[in-house]
Design a protein around this ligand. Sequence first.
Ligand code: BTN
Length: 257
Amino acid sequence: MNTLFIGRKIIELDTTPSTNSYANELLKEKDCVEGTIVFTQNQTQGRGQRNTYWQSEAMANLTFSLVLKPSFLSASQQFLLSKTMALGIADFVAEELKHTPTPDKISIKWPNDLYVGNKKIAGILIENTFRAEQWLYSVVGIGLNVNQLFDETSTLSATSLKKLGGEELSIKDCLSSLCKFIEIRYLHLKTLNTSKINEDYLNLLYKRNEWAMFKKSDESLLDGMITNVDSLGRLVVKTKAGILDTFDFKEIRFIES
Ligand code: BTN
C-alpha cells in the first residue's frame, strides 16, 4: 500500500454481513489506528443510505470500511468529510477511465453517490461517532462496482469500471489506488483550506444548474434546479418561481427520468 496511513492496516474477512457494522462493533470494544480498513470480498447484508441494502456480487466489487478520526473538524462540519470522500472516489474513477474513448461524465449525485453518465458506480455510507461535541471516529463505508456486469434490462441503474472500460481489474489493486486518492483528499481536508474541496464538489454535482424533478417528503413534486449545497450539506433548489428552497437528506429525493 503506497500510502501514509490509509489502508496500512487491513482487516480482511472472508465474508461478513456488513463491513460498516463490523468496524463499528470493533471500535466499541477497542481503539483502531486511523486509516484501518475492514475489507471483504463477500459482503452479504451491505447497508446503504436511507435504510437501503447495498447488493454486491461476491468477489466482483470493492466493499470496505475505512476508519477515520477527523477530530480536527467540528460536528457542524460533517458534510465536509462526505464531500472529501466522494471527491477521492471521483478522482480514482477518473483515473481508471482516463483511456476510455468517449467517457461519460463522472459526477457526484447529492449527497455523495458517484455516477458515471446516469448510472451509479459507487455509494458511501458514513457513520460518525461523537462524545459530547468531540468527534471520536467515522466509519466510511464504500461500495464501488469494479467487475460486476450489470444487465442492461435490470431496473438497477448501476454500472461498473469493467462495464465502462472493458477490462477485468484486480480488486486489490483498485483498493490500493483508491486509498491513495482518498488519502490525498483527506490530507488536504486536514489543512482546513476547504475552498478547493467545496469548489470541486460543486463542479462535479450531478444535475447542478439543470431543471430536474424531485419528490418532497410530503410526496409532492418539485420542478427545480439545484444551485448549491450549503455548509450543512443541505440541497439548495431554485423553483420555477425563482425562490430558493433548502432541503435536508430526509426531505427530498430525485425522481429519475
Ligand atoms: C449507498 O449508496 O446507499 C451507500 C452504500 C454503501 C455500501 C458500502 S459497502 C461497504 C460498507 N458496508 C456496508 O454495509 N455499507 C458500506
